[in-house]
Design a protein around this ligand. Structure first.
Ligand code: NAD
Length: 392
């Protein structure tokens, strides 16, 4: 039985349309191989939408997203729109309202360094002989960035700034479930990062994560203070599987992970909202996931499935836009995350990830990861995507 998945395609600006088009070659190849029917609806967003309609997030785009199972997003912004008032700029006017509208409270940022790309990482190569594959699950809509009161005011003759860190237990419970679910689909190890030796928020965080862990007895749970986690990520990134943490710590640690991974062009991300009601998008997907069609052992399925927005970790890269040289892998792996977390097409997601590894192992490199080493061949955006599609 084949399920039709509806996806909104928002390519955006800069390299967005190039890498999005390239990712479609791969997504279509995976859909064909695993008999997945995709109904794609391409809509304007960001600067391109401002130019065409005056708004960075037109109503038609929002309506398309509402009618979809997931959003595949490119990137927005660029010099052309930098001088607009802040709330009309592509990022603030499109990304933040989309996150708010769809209550996207969980940000999943993989930090992956493939064994053949360890030389691109600033981490000493002897510390990462086999590369690493870490997933950071960051709470995205709570914590100190949004807590009230928040002010700068004069007290006793000097300026005093106040930010308030607030977490409701329900916010911790739902992000913990996402992190445990992700860990179940990976190596079943979860490290919760907090500052429970100093912050009340972290005491509640740790207590709540431990409580939720009882529902996931197969997952090995550990805890680290954030300062230690920042050090361990550099010293032994390969020791982590999934990390779960709050908004502030996740903001910093996920960027650290991007840095040690070597190239922004390789890193996807997902922002997830509420779980979908059981039995919506995955009927029939089970059959395909079990039929061994990928020929790989594969990861476990992700259950439940979530509404989500999937996008590269990098931006619109105006410095290389329009040249056909951008690395499409971040966009391609974003599509794989969408298949895994929103569409329940685990085998197709596994196949895309394996095909990316294969293309890299064969020596193909876009400019951002090309070092001129023996065995490397420099290719453009489309050639890289074609090689990945062929490998599926
Ligand atoms: P950026 O991520 O666009 O670029 C940083 C560097 O990484 C550049 O040298 C760029 O060429 C390189 N890079 C990024 N993606 C690449 C890829 N796929 N292949 C090869 N190289 C890649 O960050 P920036 O320069 O700070 O921002 C540029 C624009 O993007 C700004 O307008 C910014 O507001 C916007 N932006 C958008 C998003 C988003 O849409 N989510 C995120 C970050 C920045």
């Amino acid at each position: 039985m084949s399920t039709t998945h509806k996806i909104s395609i928002l390519a955006g600006d800069g390299i967005g349309p190039e890498v999005m088009d390239a990712s479609m070659l791969v997504l279509d190849a995976a859909a064909k191989k695993f008999s997945i029917t995709l109904e794609k609806d391409s809509q304007l967003v960001g600067g391109a939408a401002i130019d065409a309609t005056g708004s960075p997030l037109p109503e038609e785009t929002v309506a398309s997203c509402q009618a979809s199972d997931a959003i595949l997003f490119g990137s927005v912004g660029g010099p052309k729109w930098e001088n607009l008032p802040p709330d009309q700029q592509p990022e603030r006017g499109a990304l933040l309202p989309l996150r708010k509208k769809f209550n996207l409270y969980a940000n999943l940022r993989p930090g992956v360094c493939l064994p053949s790309l360890t030389h691109a990482s600033p981490v000493k190569n002897e510390l990462i002989p086999n590369g690493f594959d870490v997933l950071c699950v960051r709470e995205l809509t709570g914590g100190i960035y949004f807590g009230q009161p928040k002010s700068i005011s004069e007290v006793d003759g000097e300026l005093v700034a106040i930010d308030t860190m607030v977490y409701k237990q329900s916010e911790i419970v739902r992000i913990a479930h996402i992190a445990f679910t992700a860990a179940m689909a990976r190596d079943k190890r979860l490290c919760s990062v907090d500052k429970a030796n100093v912050l009340q928020n972290s005491v509640l965080w740790r207590q709540t994560v431990i409580e939720v862990s009882k529902e996931y007895p197969e997952v090995e749970l550990s805890h680290l203070y954030v300062d230690n986690a920042a050090m361990q990520l550099i010293k032994q990134p390969g020791s982590f599987d999934v990390i779960v943490t709050g908004n502030l710590f996740g903001d910093i640690l996920s960027d650290e992970m991007a840095m040690i991974s070597g190239s922004l062009g390789m890193l996807p991300s997902a922002s997830l909202g509420n779980p979908k009601p059981v039995g919506t998008a995955d009927d029939g997907a089970d059959d395909r996931a079990d039929d061994g069609a990928s020929g790989e052992a594969g990861r476990e399925e992700c259950k439940p499935l979530y509404f989500g927005m999937y996008e590269p970790s990098g931006g619109s890269a105006p410095d290389i836009a329009g040249q056909g040289v951008a690395n499409p892998i971040a966009q391609i792996l974003s599509a794989a995350m969408m298949l895994r977390y929103s569409l329940g097409e685990t085998a197709a997601a596994d196949a895309i990830e394996a095909a990316v590894d294969k293309a890299i192992d064969s020596g193909l490199r876009t400019g951002d990861i090309f070092t001129g080493k023996e065995g490397e061949t420099k290719v453009g955006t489309v050639a890289m995507a074609e090689a990945i599609a062929d490998a599926i």
